[in-house]
Design a protein. Sequence first.
Length: 427
Amino acid sequence: MPARIDVVLLLALFVMAIIPRAAWVSYADRPPKGLNDPSLYVLFGDLIADGDGYVRPTGEKFAYYPVGFPATLGGLKKAGDLFGWGRSTFSIKMMNGVFGALTVLLAYALAARLLDRRVGFAAGALLAIFPSQVFYTGSVLSEPLFTLLLMAALLVLLWHPWEREGMSWQRLFAVGVLLSAATMTRAITLAFPLLLLAVWWFYLRSRRRAVVQTLVVLAGVAVLTVPWSVRNTLAFDTPVGTSTNLGDDLCIGNFSGATGAFLLYGKCFAGYDGLSPQQVELQRNRDGVRTAIKDVVRDPLRMPGLIARKAYWLLYTDDDGLYATQSYGYDNFIPQGRRDVLSFAANAIYYATGLVAICGALAFALSKDIRRAFLLAALLYVLAIPLVFFGDPRFHFPAIPLVVIIAAATVVALWDRRHRSLLELRS
């Protein structure tokens, strides 16, 4: 019977999640316009589907974006060629919609394992209709795929209670492989094993066991990241990691003229005239890292204020999915009045959920179940990593499911307390 309840609730949540996403995708069924991430993702997906590999249209090897999302697009487009639905924009955005709906199911399962079904259903129902989570399905961006993979890794990691003697290597390796896939989509999970080590170092009975468990997770992370790094190194004839955008991201957020937000001007982008696109990609990656380190060392006292500004740009709004859906200003097809209403709804739900989650965060931090404290730590990790680079509302998208779980647990706990108080008064 309990398993049947889970199946019924999961089906109900999937329907609740897929309907608004499918409706939004139908409304936003337009190809991306302008020179931006969505347009370039579509281009590289086409090249991969055509069998050209991860290259520029000129044939030069490419590694700027992590390959996970372009490769997924390439697979979808190739499947469309084989099975007849073609390479439509609708299929791409609907794929993101399915990723989002599956993330809702993972949020339910994770919350139910950590707390109970009521919290799981409350979290899943809120995430199903959470405006920004729906809006981003109308864009061709990697956030829904990354969030799905991150939540899957957390579900495997937190499925069973943690024993102080440790956990099985099979489970740890599975977590690592899921983190590897996530890292190939967005590299912010590359340092996630260090968070695990920090927690296990103090929680497990043996510090040796903490190190061994971390190494098993790292072995899983290496499954995809190491072969792809080798590919990039051979393609560029110099050591390269999973992508070449580290330099740009560090420089944008930390050079002497940084504002804390995303920008496309300044010395991070100057001085590359006469170089081929591949040479620019490689040289800018190197120079960006050097510039960021040099400017931080030269004036370290500006960093606290700069980090605060990054945090502001990261968290100040949650309606950025509307902007992304409209190709970042190149295709403003949503009427202004409708856009204002949708923006207000997105931010109102975002701020209310965030406030409730903040109120309940202490309970998670002090919980007897270490897994709840780790969920909070994972949330803080996801929010902290962008502060190393620059702030943008898009970057807090993967944190929303974790915020929703904490908020749902808080609301259910308050409801239970009120119910007990009423019963005591009546008795």
